[in-house]
Design a protein around this ligand. Structure first.
Ligand code: ADP
Ligand code: MG
Length: 608
């Protein structure tokens, strides 16, 4: 039989590699911004069109490339950043794999113009799907300008996979924020379809955070810094009152590189324990400065995961640093510290056995939960049982809820659509469920989901008959948002106004709320806007393509009663009545179960 193995042509190899490196326009943005940083740029301008699908352009004033390099940089494994294997363990640049430009050029049309200060003329190289279209001298400023057009034009399957322009733009903004935060001394701008979203002057970290997330965050930042022989930590953490329901302002950087790290995230969350309202996350902007030899940035192709040689130790140091900052600003009562031996950062010798921190929190201090007051709390992590962060998450205390598992086993078809027959008594269970008896057993209703369904149908009907009127605000409140949030809210302003939420654009990134939807249980405009943004960010309301349905669902989620809200008999009665007057009382508009029934049979079985 003939031999069957062949070497792939470069263009195909590049396209395969592109599958790893280039998932969406935001990945291109990340690679280009990082290249500009590596080239020593002091100013970087990013321009995108149509969520980056039709155009991504990065212009920098960095070192530029020679004529040969301008051609070579599109070759696979072409990099100026690594010369020998040993360099891999000493990486201080953002890129090093030498595959980004080759990958990008295999799935788009790319134009590069570049000039070094020593050269009189620059070079222009145009490449389309890995084919060099032209290569010629050109007059251009010192630095590099890369234009990436029609991403995935030659891979229709991947192009189809892209999300809406606004979703892709959101991803781009996320990447932009990460790079802009890591390099506050560099000027950045970002514009989308010709309108400028950010213009950031060179500054310190704090001003950079404010430039990205809005003035309001300024008062909420607390310094967090510590220096040890293992790692230096610097940056800011947010005061507990600034904690938000949505994530998106949590950033770790290691030697200037953004990193996701759920394990270290836990160190921070743990340090804030009992200082945060439920389901909220504090902002943090934490920078680790560590010897590159003791980390491995190479474990993930898109490089947002970084492996530390001694992660347990870093956990401990970070946790202590955050506790100390919270304590210094009197957010944690001082007594906490007297009883917390974990704050002296140990300088253990390498390879010494490390245990996870044990911290006793003052049991009498408990701003949010009266129920557990006086109970002794200690946070002990048993290292033996922890092999990775996943397990650590699993170890989180979980409320045992024996009824819940029984409920899952019951398929509730047949009984739904009928209101409970005996509705004289309601009982609220765990601040979450309304229990009531029906002929065939015990009905359990998720209060929040029920209310979401009720509001959703109300909003949809209101849109159709144009009766969703808002309650005028006597003193419209001005709310300053981050540029990204501002975009998001304003792009939905029309639909929101049809629900009674009237928003006007006051000035740069500031809105005012002129009227509020009548049925909302959230009466503070700023809170409602925050809830809406949290849901929009999580794309929770995505199952609908239709803008009206999507916004009705978003608004319903944002303004429904939450959990842990005590409900009176009257309120529970009203929810149940209204739910069963709905067209579809069984499921939320996004398909989650609202009602379940524990059948009498099931209960009787337990007594046999
Ligand atoms: P890597 O960044 O991993 O080295 P890339 O494919 O991103 O690989 O870039 C290849 C090479 O092209 C870089 O090593 C660098 O020498 C050069 N290069 C890329 N972008 C720029 C830029 N904006 N300015 C100067 N040189 C650049
Ligand atoms: Mg690179």
């Amino acid at each position: 039989m003939a031999d069957v193995i062949q070497l792939l042509p470069d263009s195909i190899a590049n396209q395969i590699a592109a599958g790893e490196v280039v998932q969406r326009p935001a990945s291109v943005v990340k690679e280009l911004l990082e290249n500009s940083i590596d080239a020593g740029a002091r100013s970087i301008n990013l321009l995108v069109r149509d969520g980056g699908k039709s155009l991504i352009q990065v212009i920098d004033d960095g070192m530029g490339m020679s004529e040969t390099d301008a051609r070579l940089c599109f070759e696979r494994h072409a990099t100026s950043k690594i010369r020998e294997a040993a360099d891999l363990f000493n990486i201080r640049t953002m890129g090093f794999r030498g595959e980004a430009l080759a990958s990008i050029a295999s799935v788009a049309e790319v134009e590069l113009r570049t000039r070094r200060a020593v050269d009189e003329v620059g070079t222009e190289v145009c490449i389309s799907a890995s084919e060099v279209v032209s290569h010629q001298p050109v007059g251009c400023p010192v630095g590099t300008q890369i234009t990436v057009k029609n991403l995935f034009f030659n891979v229709p399957a991947r192009r189809k996979f892209l999300k809406s322009d606004s979703v892709e733009l959101k991803h781009i903004i996320t990447e932009f924020q990460r790079v802009a935060l890591a390099f506050p001394e560099v000027a950045f701008s970002l514009s989308h379809n010709g309108s400028e979203l950010y213009r950031l002057a060179p500054s310190g970290l704090k001003q950079r955070i404010v430039g990205l997330f809005g003035k309001a965050i300024n008062q909420l930042l607390i310094d967090c810094a510590t220096q040890t022989s293992v790692v230096n930590i610097g940056g800011y953490i947010g005061k507990p009152e600034g904690a938000r329901k949505s994530t998106g302002e949590q950033f770790f950087f290691v030697n200037g590189r953004f990193m996701k790290n759920p394990f270290l995230h836990k160190a921070i969350m743990n340090a804030y324990h009992r200082l945060l309202p439920p389901d909220t996350y504090p902002s943090y902007f934490i920078f680790f400065d560590i010897n590159p030899q003791s980390i491995d940035v190479n474990i993930h192709p898109t490089k947002t995961e970084i492996k530390f040689e001694d992660e347990q130790m870093i956990w401990q140091i970070l946790h202590a640093a955050v506790r100390e900052s919270l304590g210094k600003f009197s957010i944690v009562p001082p007594i906490d510290f007297e009883s917390a031996p974990g704050f002296n950062i140990p300088y253990l010798p390498k390879n010494a056995p490390v245990t996870m921190p044990t911290i006793d929190v003052d049991p009498s201090y408990n701003p949010f939960d009266e129920e557990t007051q006086g109970r002794k709390q200690s946070f002990v992590h048993h290292r033996d049982s922890v092999t990775g962060w996943e397990q650590l998450y699993n170890e989180l205390p979980q409320e045992p809820n024996p009824i819940q598992s029984r409920i899952e086993t019951f398929e509730s078809e047949g009984m739904m659509g009928k209101a409970p027959e005996n509705t004289s008594r309601f009982y609220q269970f765990k601040g979450k469920y309304i229990l009531t008896t029906v002929k065939s057993g015990l009905m359990v209703i998720d209060q929040k989901r029920a209310h979401e369904r009720i509001l959703y149908e109300q909003y949809i009907d209101g849109i159709q008959s144009a009766v969703n009127v808002g309650q005028r605000e006597l003193y419209p409140q001005a709310i300053e948002l981050s540029p990204a949030d501002f975009e998001l809210i304003m792009s939905n302003a029309q639909e929101l106004s049809e629900l009674g939420l009237e928003i006007s654009n006051l000035k740069h990134n500031t809105i005012s709320i002129n009227s509020m939807p009548v049925s909302s249980t959230v009466t503070d405009p700023a809170k409602l806007v925050e809830n809406l943004l949290a849901i929009m960010h999580e794309n929770q309301a995505v199952p609908f393509n239709d803008a009206h349905h999507r916004i009705a669902l978003t608004m319903a989620k944002a303004s429904a009663i939450g959990y842990n809200k005590p409900l009176s008999q009257f309120e529970m009665q009203e929810i149940v009545d209204k739910l069963f007057a709905c067209r579809e009382p069984n499921l939320t508009p996004d398909g989650k179960k609202i009602v379940t029934l524990i059948e009498l049979d099931e209960i009787e079985k337990r007594f046999r």
